[in-house]
Design a binder for this molecule. Structure first.
Ligand SMILES: *Cc1c(COP(=O)(O)O)cnc(C)c1O
Length: 364
């Protein structure tokens, strides 16, 4: 029989549910009472935990969730998450019955999917239209053809949506082009609701909000638009335990490829976090961890399970084995980490915390 060993966690990933709820309120206040704030919880809520995050958002007053596929939607339903759930992409021809029996709303992304929802009489449905992203969505000529044949009279979409390509850049002309194209289709179809903006689009102003915004990254504390002062609260915390401490003589190399060489007799700590936990390889020699008010640089490469930290300048009493070093907190966020290593913040967030002990804080 395999015995469960009891020992402290090597790495702890903390998700502040209260901060997610506060960010939901920030966006809601910003768009005002006439614009619905739908929450995007796809990809396991950006890696933070689909069911926990969905519940926290519903408790905060959110009444529409977007998931990536049917698997995520069915997980929510089987976890007794009621309310409106829209599915960005799945096989509508094959799974029409699953949508209907679980009360799930399909997003229709092309003409074949439009035919599928009509054939299976799946209602309501959301219609995605292409305005400049070239990923999903009916093109203008698709919309025109369906419109002229009376499809939308017989079978109107409840929401028409599209996705912005450049919303992080306020002055980008692509935003105006996409908004004008969207407005044309919106005025033609006159749906109950239109939705163009995701997180960064919220800050492009009222003319981008239409009736609903679809926010993911902002809820999770990512400030994609770089708004200053940042109105969003950071959500993720990350800590790792010091497993071992050793002395490394001056001029010795540290880690794979000997990318770091000590310039003094050093004390280093080996902490129990690595790239298996989503800490990017690109962090090598680029970031620092916090130990009780001290900043200690990560030296050498990120290993699969470990990092090496230079603690020469940290008092020994504060950096002995068993102590935790902090990689992410309110002062050094996922956005900061992304900037340090030239990564995409959402990509980082979806990978961070894998294999860590998870703690969920402050849900109300
Ligand atoms: C992921 C996604 C969103 C949410 O984007 P954020 O920038 O994270 O807010 C909104 N709409 C669509 C279609 C998406 O794919």
């Amino acid at each position: 029989m395999l015995r469960t060993l009891v020992r402290p966690a090597n790495a702890v990933f903390e998700v502040n549910l209260g901060a997610i709820q506060a960010n939901f309120q920030v966006i809601s206040a910003l768009v005002g009472p006439h614009v619905r704030v739908a929450a995007v919880v796809k990809s396991d809520a950006y890696g933070l935990g689909l069911v926990k995050i969905a519940r926290a958002l519903i408790n905060a007053g959110c009444d529409l969730l977007f998931v990536a596929n049917l698997d995520e939607a069915l997980l929510l339903r089987s976890s007794h998450v009621d309310g409106l759930i829209a599915v960005f992409w799945d096989d509508l021809a094959k799974f029409g019955r699953s949508y209907r029996s679980n009360g799930l709303i399909p997003v229709v992304n092309n003409c074949a999917q439009l035919e599928a929802v009509m054939a299976t009489r799946t209602q309501p449905y959301f219609l995605n239209v292409e305005t400049g992203f070239s990923r999903f969505g009916l093109t203008f000529s698709d919309v025109r053809r369906a419109y002229l044949s009376g499809t939308f009279d017989r079978f109107p979409p409840s929401v028409v949506l599209s996705h912005l390509a450049c919303s992080e850049r306020v002055a980008d002309q692509t935003n105006i082009l996409q908004r004008n194209r969207f407005r044309t289709i919106y005025d033609l179809l006159r749906p109950a609701s239109g939705s163009l903006a995701a997180s960064a689009g919220v800050w492009l102003g009222k003319s981008y909000h239409f009736d609903m915004v679809r926010v993911g990254s902002a809820l999770y504390g990512l400030n994609d638009a770089g708004i200053q002062p940042n109105p969003l609260q950071p959500v993720a915390g990350l800590r790792a335990r010091i497993l071992d401490v050793r002395n490394v003589a001056r001029r010795e190399s540290v880690g794979y490829g000997a990318t770091f060489r000590t310039d003094r007799n050093s004390r280093v700590a080996i902490a129990g976090i690595g790239f298996k936990n989503g800490l990017p390889w690109a962090c090598a020699n680029k970031i620092s961890v916090r130990i009780a008010g001290y900043l200690a640089p990560v030296i050498g490469t990120i290993c699969m399970e470990y990092i090496v930290v230079d603690i020469t300048d940290v008092p020994e009493a504060l950096s002995s084995p068993g102590t935790f070093v902090t990689l992410l907190n309110e002062d050094f966020t996922v956005d900061d980490l992304a900037t340090s290593v030239g990564a995409n913040p959402a990509e980082l967030l979806t990978r961070l915390g894998a294999g860590c002990t998870r703690r969920y804080l402050n849900s109300c």
